[in-house]
Each structure stands twice: as structure tokens, then as C-alpha cells.
Design a protein around this ligand. Structure first.
Ligand code: HEM
Length: 458
């Protein structure tokens, strides 16, 4: 006999519509995970979704022999902007393999190492800017968004935007926010309303993002270069398996997809600053390691591997920030058409043969079965043997299997560089000592209304 999957009470017909705040879905899911634990379900307008919030269940449904990425809901909606690009491609689309094989070599650890100097250059610009901030309070997210877009565009597409330290965010950032927020909200609105009232906003955001992509292509045509970067692969590369190339539209699809994926990193870094302010001993230990390994040298790529404590800080940031808040999974359909229920935990729970499930990392990453004091920021648990001993289910911040984050090596290097530089060179100051964490976001989550002051390390 299986255990029923808990569900909040809800209303007839409308179901659990009031259990999810459409303007802050992930916060609602975090709250439900805290209340219901390892698994729960909700039903909205006849659609049922199961949510997974424990490490053991996450590990089980990350078994690629039984489950795969579910392309549904907001992921399908954002296809309006990026068509069949990597993040949104259906399992059956040939394009995923073609794009993957063209893109992956240019986001490998070796390629990413080749971009170290560009990432460092952008980070140094931000650090120099923050050193002059002094008594002025500011929202780190805005500057980190600009830094991330600058570093992504420079290293992957060879174009310097010049937005670091700018008073305003680059228009691409607002467009990504508008498009992803719209993609999240559309599945729960009537289609007519989406088209009549909100279609314009989606169209405008898409236009801005695709113009950004087109500008990058134009810039490359006008500035011939020997760079063998991601842009060059997108524009000229051939899939080694099929011999196919990307169309002009598909090149823009991927140029737009990369900053959308990458925009998760500044969310994690904003959380990191909050964690550092709450845990001054982490700054002390980080500085001790940086002093020992880097000393008075400029940071270079060879240092990264030796910064064990900084790696622990980055992993703990990924765990607790839940910057990418979750991902979708579904059972792989049986070839013989068998529609019998899928058993989880050896039959403890049963779900339908085609049940969409969402892994809620706010639950999984703070599973009390795995972590003592799961809410505390403790980089030591993410280092060496402690990290190796952790179950695979709590290491899914970059997703799973073949559909895991293709930008994870780039993201890791960026996070490590920025973390090391911030800890080594900047003193942060709390602006509001009563600040209580509140997050929002769409395809990623970040602390909101979070201000700090920054100055050069004393
Ligand atoms: C802290 C930084 C990042 C985190 C936590 C993160 C997390 C994730 C996660 C969880 C997925 C799986 C999504 C799913 O299953 O639906 C994913 C996929 C993806 N990410 Fe990232 N990401 C980060 C940075 C980046 C960067 C820097 C890029 C590009 C340069 C990127 C590009 C992508 C793409 C294209 C996919 C889709 C891959 C596919 O389905 O083949 N991400 N990411």
C-alpha cells in the first residue's frame, strides 16, 4: 500500500490556485516544502504537479534510466523567444543534439580556462568600482547582473559592452526579466488573456533580447577576428555527427539563451554577500587561505584548484542560495505503452506514468536527513571528504544528466573568481541589520531589497 502524496486543501475546480503566489512562485514552493516535507502535490485548473523536496527522492528521479527532463509549462512558453534552443528543446527534437555538440566543446573546462583573463578583467573593473563606493548604499544584484552580462558577452561572444559600474542595468537584463516572468505566469492564465493583455510585453522583451543577439552577430561580421570562441562555433561550426550547421535564427536563439542561463550566477553571488555578512568567520578563513595561496600576486588560473576553502564557499553558496531554484522531470514513457503507475522509494509513493515533477531545491538542499543545521552557512561541509560523502541528490545545483547545465564550468570559474576577489579585496557593511531574507525570481531566485555598503579592504 503506497502513502498518499500530501496536498494542501485547496478549492473545488480552482484547486490550489491560492497556495501559489503567481508573482513569487518559488517562494510559495519553498514555503510548501517547509510545511509538507519530502513530497507534495498541487492541482491548479485541472493540472497536477508533484514536487520533490528530499535528497533521496531527488536522487531517485535523477536516474536517467527511468526519468528525463520534462519540457512543459514556463519552459515551453519561453520557446516564443528562443524556439528550439538547448534549454527548451524537446527530447524528440534533433536540434538538441546538434546544438549540444556544437556548443559543448566551447564551454568545456579547457575552453573556460582560456577565458580566465577576460573574466578576471571584468571582475577587476567591478572591484575597482566598489572600492570607491564608501558610504553609498547600493543593491549588489544590479552591479553583479551587469558584471555577469559583460563577462558572458566578452568571453563567449568577444564583445565588450562597457556596462560595469554603469548607473543602470543593461536593457538586456530587464528584457530577460520581463520574458522569463511572463513565461512563468502564462501557464496559469487563460490563453485569451495572455494574448490580449500580456502578449505585447512578451513580444517587446523578445524583440530586445533578439536585437541584442543580432547586434552581437553584426559586430562579429564587422570586426573580423581569429577568435575561436562560442560565437564563432555558433556561426560557423558544423555538427560532427550530422554535418548540419545552425541557421541564422538558431544562432540568435543560442546567443539569447546563454545570458538567460548565466543570469543565475549574479543571483548566487548576491546571496554570497549576504552569507559573508552573516558569517564574518568565513571571511577570515577565506582571507587566510587567499593570503597563503595567492598572497600579493594577481589571481591566476592555477590558483583556483588550490583554493579549497573558497571552493567550499562557492558550493555552500550554490546549496543555500538555490539560485537555480529547481528543474522539471517526468517518467520516460514505456516503449510497450504500459501506463501503470511509477513507484517511488520502492512503492512508498506512486505517481502516474506521465506525471510531471519539479525538484524544489529549497527543500532538497536543506534536507535535515543529510545536513545538521541545514540553514547554516558552513563551507567546511563542502570540502574534501565531507563533500564527497554527501549524497548525489544534494549536488544538483547545475541540474542533472544530459540536460544538466552546459555552462557549469564557465559558471564555476566565474563564481570562484568573483568570490575570491570579493573576499580578498572588499569589506562589506550591513545597511539594515534587521533585514530578513526574502527572495523572488523566475528562472532563478535572488534576495530582494538587499542593500550593502562596500569599500576597499582595510
Ligand atoms: C550559478 C550559475 C548557474 C546555475 C546554478 C545553473 C543551473 C542550471 C540548471 C539547474 C540547469 C538545468 C535546467 C533544466 O533541467 O531544465 C541548467 C541548464 C542550462 N544552463 Fe545553466 N546554470 C548556471 C549558469 C549557466 C551559464 C553561465 C550558462 C551559459 C553560459 C548556462 C546555460 C545553460 C543552458 C544552455 C542550459 C540548458 C542545457 C540543456 O538542456 O542542454 N547556465 N542550468
Amino acid at each position: 500500500m503506497s502513502t498518499p502524496i500530501p496536498q494542501p486543501p485547496g478549492l473545488p475546480v480552482l484547486g490550489n490556485i491560492f497556495d501559489i503566489d503567481p508573482s513569487n512562485t518559488w517562494w510559495s514552493l519553498k514555503t510548501l516544502a517547509e510545511k509538507y516535507g519530502e513530497i507534495f502535490k498541487i492541482k491548479v485548473l485541472g493540472h497536477q504537479i508533484v514536487f520533490i523536496a528530499s535528497a533521496a527522492l531527488a536522487e531517485e528521479i535523477c536516474d536517467e534510466k527511468r526519468f528525463r527532463k520534462y519540457v512543459g509549462g514556463p519552459i515551453v512558453e519561453i520557446r516564443y523567444s528562443v524556439h528550439d534552443s538547448l534549454f527548451v528543446a524537446y527530447e524528440h527534437e534533433e536540434s538538441w543534439g546538434i546544438h549540444h555538440r556544437i556548443v559543448a566543446p566551447h564551454l568545456s573546462p579547457e575552453s573556460t580556462a582560456g577565458h580566465f583573463d577576460e573574466i578576471l578583467l571584468c571582475t577587476d573593473e567591478l572591484i575597482a568600482n566598489w572600492k570607491t563606493h564608501g558610504a553609498t548604499k547600493f543593491q549588489p544584484l544590479k552591479d553583479l547582473n551587469n558584471l555577469n552580462l559583460e563577462a558572458t558577452t566578452l568571453s563567449l561572444f568577444g564583445k565588450k559592452l562597457g556596462v560595469i559600474g554603469a548607473a543602470e542595468e543593461h536593457p538586456m537584463i530587464q528584457a530577460m526579466e520581463d520574458a522569463t516572468s511572463e513565461a512563468m505566469k502564462r501557464p496559469n492564465r487563460p490563453k485569451l488573456l495572455n494574448w490580449l493583455v500580456y502578449g505585447g510585453k512578451f513580444k517587446k522583451a523578445t524583440k530586445v533580447m533578439r536585437s541584442f543577439g543580432a547586434e552581437i552577430v553584426k559586430y562579429r561580421h564587422e570586426h573580423s577576428t581569429g577568435r575561436k570562441d562560442l560565437l564563432s562555433a555558433l556561426m560557423n561550426g558544423t555538427d560532427p555527427e550530422t554535418g548540419k550547421k545552425l541557421t541564422d535564427e538558431q544562432v540568435i536563439d543560442e546567443i539569447v539563451t546563454m545570458p538567460i542561463g548565466s543570469s543565475t550566477a549574479p543571483c548566487a553571488l548576491t546571496s554570497l554577500i549576504m552569507f559573508l555578512l552573516e558569517n564574518p568567520e568565513v571571511v577570515t578563513r577565506g582571507r587566510e587561505e587567499l593570503g597563503r595561496v595567492v598572497g600579493k600576486d594577481q589571481l591566476h588560473h592555477d590558483h583556483l584548484d588550490r583554493l579549497e576553502y573558497i571552493k567550499g564557499v562557492v558550493r555552500e553558496t550554490l546549496r543555500l542560495s538555490q539560485a537555480a531554484p529547481g528543474f522539471n522531470i517526468e517518467p520516460i514513457p514505456k516503449t510497450n505503452g504500459d501506463k501503470s503507475p511509477v513507484l517511488l522509494q520502492g512503492g512508498k509513493y506512486q505517481v502516474a506514468h506521465n506525471q510531471p515533477m519539479i525538484i524544489v531545491l529549497a527543500g532538497v538542499n536543506r534536507d535535515p536527513e543529510v545536513f545538521d543545521e541545514p540553514h547554516k552557512f558552513k563551507p567546511e561541509r563542502m570540502i574534501g571528504e565531507n563533500f564527497e560523502r554527501l549524497p548525489a541528490g544534494v549536488k544538483k545545483w547545475f541540474g542533472n544528466g544530459k540536460r544538466a547545465c552546459i555552462g557549469k564550468h564557465w559558471a564555476w570559474e566565474f563564481l570562484e573568481v568573483v568570490t575570491a576577489k570579493l573576499i580578498k579585496e572588499i569589506d562589506f557593511e550591513v545597511v539594515d541589520s534587521n533585514y530578513v531574507l526574502k527572495q523572488d525570481g523566475w528562472f532563478n531566485v535572488r534576495p530582494i531589497d538587499f542593500y550593502v555598503k562596500a569599500k576597499a579592504r582595510a
